[in-house]
Design a protein around this ligand. Structure first.
Ligand SMILES: Nc1ncnc2c1ncn2[C@@H]1O[C@H](COP(=O)(O)OP(=O)(O)OP(=O)(O)O)[C@@H](O)[C@H]1O
Length: 560
């Protein structure tokens, strides 16, 4: 995530408006003339008019000054045409790019919440429109006024220009450092806010499950940590404001003070007239000071905001033409772990230690291992419930994890089955219910909270059928069939294997490993990859495990 990407996107989006941008720049140069001339006219009005008691001459110069200021106001009005031609189409172009990229990701199954991402991004696009308009308008005014003031100072009072130069150069040096600092914290603040918005959306949509699994404290802690992180980033960003005030003092006030202190000497030596001194003060207070203030106060903030927002959009707006599409890449539903470690606390040994593996879309995998080896930890990493403490995991979005504790909520059987796919017709609900042996349950039957009155096995079957109906491309069954007899477990696993997509079964019987095309043995922080027969032949730990599990007397129907 680099500022360069944001600047590149901004340049690309502004490229079609070069003519309008040239018009804005040309107007800035033209508008510097009234500022440059104003100081000259003030000096003349004073030195040739009022200070030598020739009021008429003084008034004549002042009348010229008024005319020049009026001409400047007319020129300023001309700015709004080219500005409107830039900012309005810019917003429309950005919204189109971002929505197209969001749809592309959603179609590729890469984004779990494409709507939220696009909503957030279109909000940021509106900020870009406002920021570009503000920055262009203010940069335009500041640049024209600063050029005019510097040109006027150098021409009329070169000695004052020399006194102001060191302070201005110091201000620019401090300003550069401030921009880097502000940039860092502004980026952090944006990312933290986005993560917070995501977390809040996820918690809100999953509130039923959160209550059912008594996970309110975890959800509350997660949101509270996000809010605290956002507050911290905002405070650090705000501190830059204090440093900016210092820069203004350095940049302008010190130079002006030096000029005023030395003015009596310069005037008595004849190297400065009283009118020139007033003109110099005019150039500084109406030209340079506002320019420096804009740069370090509003300008720096707006520029940092604009580049920060564009950098964020450059990540969201990467469209099919600019990146390898997930479909070209073999589908983002592939999951890959690279050097992944997971530790529950700083003092505990890692449950998983430097594990790398690939799970291509469509595989049927059994995960086996002794109790406490880390199978459930692996499952929660695969579905993104936990983040690795080291290494990285790619893919694995839209994963349905079915835990051991079945969750049946108060409502009809229909509502329970269709919870993850609300538009499913009754005929499909019934067909899927039959796959799991739930023929007896009527769709209209009202179930009490937690499925009271149903057996533990029936509750698991309802949860399994609900997941089977969901659109999730990857399903992880974490001992989700532990209350089923071996035959019902086989029927459920086969139903999932035939459903398509990836199936990962955290096994509690050896039969799950027989049925799977691939077996992952989790042991002592490592994952050994193989098949039931290869591990049986070559891994003593797996042999021990297989022997300790009871062999079930039923058909070993395998799936590839
Ligand atoms: N929330 C937690 N905090 C601290 N340690 C944990 C936590 N959850 C699991 N552990 C520890 O991590 C290790 C792996 O646990 P995990 O549940 O992943 O193993 P498992 O192979 O699924 O075990 P089982 O087969 O008994 O379900 C265990 O030593 C466990 O005690």
């Amino acid at each position: 995530m680099r500022a360069r990407d944001g600047v590149r996107l901004l340049r690309a989006e502004l490229a079609p408006y070069q003519r309008s941008l040239c018009a804005v720049a040309g107007l800035a140069l033209l508008l510097s003339a009234p500022t440059a001339l104003s100081g000259v006219l003030i000096a003349r009005a004073l030195d040739d008019g009022f200070f030598v008691r020739r009021a008429e001459t003084g008034l004549w110069w002042l009348a010229l000054l008024v005319q020049i200021q009026l001409a400047g106001a007319v020129l300023t009005r001309a700015l709004f045409g080219p500005l409107a031609r830039i900012v309005e189409p810019l917003r429309d172009r950005l919204v189109t790019t971002i929505t197209a990229a969001g749809l592309d990701r959603a179609l590729a199954g890469e984004s779990a919440q494409p709507g939220a991402a696009v909503r957030q991004a279109t909000g940021e696009t509106e900020s870009v429109r406002r920021l570009v308009a503000t920055v262009l308008r203010n940069v335009h005014t500041t640049v024209s006024v600063a050029i005019g003031a510097l040109a006027g100072l150098a021409a009329v009072v070169p000695v004052a220009a020399l006194m102001l130069l060191p302070g201005l150069l110091a201000a620019v040096a401090v300003y550069r450092r401030l921009v880097k600092y502000a940039w860092k914290w502004q980026r952090k603040a944006i990312l933290i806010e986005e993560r917070l918005a995501d977390d809040a959306t996820r918690v809100f949509t999953a509130r039923r499950d959160i209550v059912a699994f008594a996970a309110e404290p975890t959800a509350t802690r997660q949101i509270r940590e996000g809010v605290e992180a956002a507050r911290h980033a905002a405070v650090r960003y705000a501190r830059v404001g204090v440093l900016r005030s210092l820069t203004v003092s350095l940049g302008v006030d010190l130079g002006l003070l030096a000029l005023l202190v030395l003015a009596p000497v310069l005037i008595s030596q004849g190297s400065l007239s009283s009118g020139d001194l007033v003109a110099a003060v005019y150039y500084v207070t109406f030209g340079l000071a506002p320019a420096v203030k804009f740069l370090v106060h509003g300008g720096a903030g707006w520029l940092v905001d604009l580049i920060g927002t564009m950098t964020r959009l450059s990540e969201v707006a990467v469209g099919p033409g600019n990146r390898e599409s997930p479909r070209q890449a073999g589908g983002s539903r592939n999951i890959s772990l690279r050097r992944v470690s997971y530790t529950y606390s700083a003092t505990a040994d890692p449950v998983l230690d430097d594990v790398s593996l690939d799970i291509p879309y469509g595989q049927h995998i059994a995960v086996v291992g002794p109790s406490g080896a880390g199978k459930s930890t692996l499952a929660s990493l695969l579905c993104g419930l936990r983040a690795p403490t080291a290494g990285s995991i790619r893919g694995g979005r839209s994963v349905a994890l079915v835990p051991q504790e079945a969750y049946v909520f108060a409502g009809t059987v229909r509502e329970n089955l269709a919870y993850l796919a609300p538009d499913t017709p009754d005929s499909d609900l019934l067909r899927t219910a039959r796959l799991f042996g739930l023929d007896e349950l009527e769709l209209d039957r009202e179930l009490p909270p937690n499925g009271a009155g149903l057996s533990a096995g029936e509750r698991q079957l309802i949860t399994l059928a609900r997941t089977h109906l969901s659109p999730a491309p990857v399903v992880i069954l974490d001992e989700a069939t532990c209350h089923l007899d071996p035959a019902a477990e086989q029927r459920a696993e086969l139903a999932f294997a035939r459903r398509g997509g990836t199936l990962v079964v955290i096994a509690h019987r050896i039969s799950s490993a027989w049925r799977a095309g691939r077996v992952l043995l989790v042991d002592a922080g490592q994952v050994v990859d193989g098949t039931h027969s290869s591990l049986l032949a070559g891994n003593s730990r797996y042999r021990e495990l297989a022997m300790s599990w009871e062999a079930e007397p039923f058909d070993k129907g395998r799936t590839a």
